[in-house]
Design a protein around this ligand. Sequence first.
Ligand code: BCA
Length: 151
Amino acid sequence: MGSKLYTKEHRIRFSECDPAGIVFYPQYFVMFNNLMEQWVDTMIPGGFNGLIAKHKIGMPTVHLEANFRSISQMGDDVTLSLGVKKIGSRSLHLHLQCVGHDGVLRMEVNQVIVTTSLITHQAAPVPEFLREPMQAFLLPQVAATADSCQA
Ligand SMILES: CC(C)(COP(=O)(O)OP(=O)(O)OC[C@H]1O[C@@H](n2cnc3c(N)ncnc32)[C@H](O)[C@@H]1OP(=O)(O)O)[C@@H](O)C(=O)NCCC(=O)NCCSC(=O)c1ccc(O)cc1
């Protein structure tokens, strides 16, 4: 067990911004979804694609809450991070943050994902091959500044 964060550096791109050059808010969710897929890529042979195509396991979101703290602009270098608040029997509770290289928190998310069978589209137990490596990313406590997280 540990309290590692999974992190990736990211430069805010033109395609992620509105005409004012500020990140259009749904783009954060795309950035975080890519981060989650890259995280899963590190855990199993075949990565996220293998999870879907071979194991027939989906990871749909059932709960998502976000706080936007300060703007990100085109060209900004940010760090995207992912930590695990809880691994349930069929759910994963994640805390994700986007922090500028200036140290300023731009945006953060609390997200609950359910592992599902892509055959039945019903919830299925978190497979051991994900549960075990995910333990290393369990947060000791929620340092989230998201005010209202109940998830
Ligand atoms: C995922 C579901 C089949 C789960 O069905 P439920 O009846 O809720 O399952 P359960 O009641 O058994 O709950 C399963 C667990 O989830 C937890 N859960 C379920 N809903 C919630 C909410 N809203 N908040 C917190 N926790 C929840 C619940 O507490 C259980 O936790 P454990 O104790 O750890 O087992 C159903 O909720 C559903 O189909 N929801 C729609 C999901 C969806 O369409 N999301 C939108 C985006 S889809 C998407 O992004 C995607 C990504 C990747 C993919 O491969 C597929 C789809």
